[in-house]
Ligand binder design. Structure first.
Ligand code: SAM
Length: 203
């Protein structure tokens, strides 16, 4: 039987989770799908409701094996690029032929896109416990153009740390963004985990 990673992933280091995802890559899809992973579908549906042109390029940041890209493509988004820090996860995303461009980068370097390159950035299951650190929120937000959309999720483990929601609240109260969507719902229902999903529009 394959090793279960869901049990220990959330106590992992958000500064560099590459080793963990290198080991998990080949069984990731199977394990999360068996647990009913639904946050990508929830974000894809919510994004579809607020986007007027589904041919706009989306950066699926932390694309992993491509489950998030698949959900976006399934609701009609046509142009999706993927970026991640794990070459093992991205190799599997490549096989799904969802992304127009796929790139792996080293998280100790700058995110390799330029400002305003994407009107829409997603970080689905990426920021927080078990993956990327909170600073990634600021980095991605700063790369969006005015009116750009940022769609992301925080799972229950991440929400247990008040700094994450505080970051979103500060972004709104300082007038840098407005919230187009926020809802709490299933994340990995068979593992009894939920998540908040958010869509912010940059002002
Ligand atoms: C739980 S997986 C989610 C993957 C995909 N978005 C999905 O919904 O299936 C988290 C992903 O975040 C990536 N990741 C971790 N730290 C990162 C960072 N600092 N920058 C970008 N991606 C990161 C991991 O390599 C992994 O592929």
């Amino acid at each position: 039987m394959a090793k279960s990673f869901l049990k220990d992933i959330y106590s992992g280091d958000t500064n560099d989770s590459r080793e963990l995802y290198a080991s998990w890559a080949t069984t990731y899809d199977d394990e999360v799908q068996k647990n009913g992973y639904v946050t990508p579908k929830r974000i894809a549906n919510a994004l579809k409701d607020v986007v007027t042109d589904q041919s706009d390029f989306i950066l699926d940041y932390g694309c992993g094996t491509g489950l998030s890209g698949y959900a976006l493509q399934s609701v009609g988004f046509e142009n999706i690029d993927g970026l991640d820090v794990s070459k093992e996860m991205v190799m599997l995303a490549e096989e799904k032929s969802i992304y127009k461009n796929l790139k792996v980068f080293d998280p100790s370097t700058e995110i390799p896109i330029h400002s305003n390159q994407y009107k829409i950035i997603t970080a689905i299951g990426v920021i927080g416990a078990g993956a990327a650190p909170l600073q990634v929120f600021d980095s991605l937000f700063s790369l969006l153009p005015q009116n750009g959309l940022f769609a992301f999720s925080f799972n229950d483990h991440t929400l247990n740390d008040p700094n994450y929601e505080q970051k979103v609240d500060n972004c709104l109260s300082s007038g840098h963004a407005i919230m187009l969507h926020k809802s709490y719902g299933d994340h990995l229902p068979k593992a009894e985990l939920k998540s908040n999903i958010y869509i912010l529009r940059k002002l």
